[in-house]
Design a binder for this molecule. Structure first.
Ligand SMILES: [Zn+2]
Length: 123
């Protein structure tokens, strides 16, 4: 099941980004998901919830941001959103295009509860 390993991946990233004692303060994890990544949003959120349940990250919820596919035309330099999986530049008709986004899945932000961190004493 693809979504389960993606969710585990996200959790690994969060655990590397947040010190273990701050894990219970994590309320939201913002993820950018390309429309070509093949990940089903509902399924990913479900897997994430299941994996963090009864762990220090149990309060964390996924906030998934969909990213549209974008292509750069190498011939005329135009950027466009391809229609389906056929990539042709709509302005010049060139097939020499480069996919710039759509496959990626990245963790963009981790939100922590606003618990005041312990301030170092003033010098
Ligand atoms: Zn073009």
């Amino acid at each position: 099941m693809h979504e389960m390993s993606v969710a585990q991946n996200i959790i690994d990233i969060v655990q590397q980004a947040v010190p273990p004692d701050r894990a219970p303060a994590v309320t939201s994890v913002r993820v950018r998901l390309g429309s070509l990544s093949g990940v089903v949003v509902e399924s990913l959120a479900f897997c994430f919830d299941a994996l963090v349940a009864d762990t220090p990250l149990g309060r964390a919820r996924l906030a998934i941001e969909r990213v549209a596919t974008a292509c750069d035309c190498q011939a005329c330099g135009g950027r466009f959103e391809p229609d389906g999986l056929i990539f042709f530049c709509p302005s010049c008709g060139s097939g020499d295009v480069r996919l710039v986004s759509g496959h990626d899945l990245q963790v963009v932000d981790v939100e922590l509860d606003d618990v005041p961190a312990e301030q170092p004493p003033c010098p």
